[in-house]
Design a binder for this molecule. Structure first.
Ligand SMILES: Cc1cc2nc3c(=O)[nH]c(=O)nc-3n(C[C@H](O)[C@H](O)[C@H](O)COP(=O)(O)O)c2cc1C
Length: 318
C-alpha cells in the first residue's frame, strides 16, 4: 500500500521524504529517516563540503539504504557540494533556490537522481524541460523560505501535476496520514515533510526549538523578509514582531537586512534563542504535540493514511 513510482525512482519503501533543513537535518536524522524506509536528505545549507563528507560518512554507518543531500544553489560552492555528496554516497540530490537546469545533467551522469523544489507552475515547467527526475512542489504553509507567489499546497499540487509528466512530491502543511492521503488525492506521488521531522528525537534542532514547535498554535507562524531575503515562515517571536513593525514603517532594505542579519536561523536552531533567532517552522506545527522518533513519525503517517483510505468506502455509501 502507498508504493508509488517515487519509491521506484528513489529506491525507498515509503514515499516520504525528509525535507532538507539547514542546521536540523544532520546525519542522525537523515540516517533514521532512511533506515525507517523514507528518504533522508542532509540539510547541507550551512555545511562546508568537508562537513558534508563527514556527515554522510556518519549516515553510511547508520544505514545501507538510499539517502540524499539538499543543496541550495545560491551557495557559491554548490557545484563542489554536489560533487562531494555524490562521492560520499548520496544517490539523490535535491536542489533549491536556483535554476533546475544548472546541474541536472551532471548529477544524472553520475548515476544519481535529481529533485528540484518549486513553488509555482512556471518553475515546475522549467524543471520538466531541464529533465529532473522528481519535482517537489512546496506550498506557502511550509516552514522556512517560501515562494513569493504565496500559493498554498492545496492549490499548487493539482495545477503542477496537470502540466508536467514528471512525478511530483507535495511539500508544505503535511505532518500526518491525513495530509499524506490528501497530497496523493491531489495528484502527488509522495510527500516531503520538514516541520514534522523538526520535532523528532533525532533532529539536530536545539531543544528550545522543538519545545516551541510542540507548543505553538495554528496561527503561531508568520512570514517576514518579503523585500529582503525572500518570504520566510517562522514562529512568531520578538524578532518577527520587530521586523514586521519595521516593514510597516517602511524601513529600507538595508535596515531590514541589518535586522534580519546573517545567522538568525542558527541563533534559534543551534543556540536555542527562540526570541531573537528565526525559528523556521510551518503552519502545521500547530498540529504537532509530541516529539517522536523519525521511525514513529513514518509508521504513524502510514498507519493513519491506511485508516483514512479504509474509511472511504463507508463515506461513499453515506
Ligand atoms: C527548520 C527548517 C529549515 C529548512 N531549511 C531548508 C533548506 O535548507 N533548504 C530547503 O530547500 N528547504 C528548507 N526547508 C523547507 C523543507 O525542506 C520542506 O520543504 C518544508 O519544511 C515542507 O513544509 P512543512 O514545514 O510544512 O513540512 C526548511 C524547513 C524548516 C522547517
Amino acid at each position: 500500500m502507498f508504493r508509488t513510482e517515487i519509491c521506484e525512482i528513489l529506491g525507498i519503501e515509503y514515499p516520504i521524504i525528509l525535507g532538507g533543513m539547514i542546521w536540523v537535518g544532520k546525519s542522525e536524522l537523515v540516517g533514521a529517516v532512511s533506515e525507517a524506509g523514507g528518504l533522508g536528505l542532509l540539510g547541507a545549507g550551512g555545511m562546508s563540503p568537508q562537513q558534508i563528507a563527514e556527515e554522510l560518512e556518519n549516515v553510511r554507518q547508520q544505514t545501507g539504504k538510499p539517502f540524499g543531500v539538499n543543496v541550495p544553489l545560491m551557495r557559491p560552492d554548490s557545484e563542489e557540494m554536489i560533487k562531494v555528496s555524490i562521492q560520499a554516497g548520496a544517490s539523490v540530490i535535491t536542489t533549491s533556490s536556483g535554476s533546475p537546469k544548472r546541474f541536472t545533467k551532471m548529477i544524472q551522469d553520475h548515476g544519481c537522481r535529481v529533485m528540484h523544489v518549486v513553488a509555482n507552475v512556471s518553475f515546475a515547467r522549467k524543471c520538466a524541460v531541464a529533465g529532473v527526475d522528481v519535482i517537489a512542489a512546496e506550498g506557502y504553509e511550509a516552514g522556512g523560505h517560501n515562494g513569493a507567489d504565496e500559493i498554498t499546497t492545496m492549490a499548487l499540487i493539482p495545477q503542477v501535476v496537470d502540466v508536467v509528466d514528471v512525478p511530483v512530491v507535495a511539500a508544505g502543511g503535511i505532518a500526518g496520514g491525513r495530509g499524506f492521503v490528501a497530497a496523493l488525492a491531489l495528484g502527488a506521488k509522495g510527500v516531503q515533510m520538514g516541520t514534522r521531522f523538526l520535532a523528532t528525537e533525532e533532529s539536530a534542532a536545539h531543544a528550545n526549538v522543538k519545545a516551541a514547535v510542540v507548543q505553538m498554535q495554528d496561527d503561531g507562524t508568520c512570514v517576514t523578509g518579503r523585500t529582503t531575503i525572500g518570504p520566510t515562515r517562522a514562529i512568531k517571536n520578538r524578532l518577527t514582531a520587530k521586523i514586521i513593525a519595521a516593514e510597516k514603517e517602511g524601513a529600507s532594505r538595508e535596515e531590514l537586512f541589518e535586522m534580519i542579519g546573517e545567522g538568525r536561523s542558527a541563533k534559534a536552531c543551534v543556540e536555542g534563542d527562540c526570541e531573537d533567532g528565526s525559528v523556521y517552522c510551518g503552519q502545521i506545527g500547530g498540529n504537532i504535540r509530541t516529539i517522536k522518533s523519525a521511525r514513529e513519525v513514518i509508521e504513524e503517517v502510514i498507519a493513519e493514511a491506511r485508516a483514512v483510505v479504509e474509511s472511504f468506502p463507508s463515506l461513499a455509501q453515506a
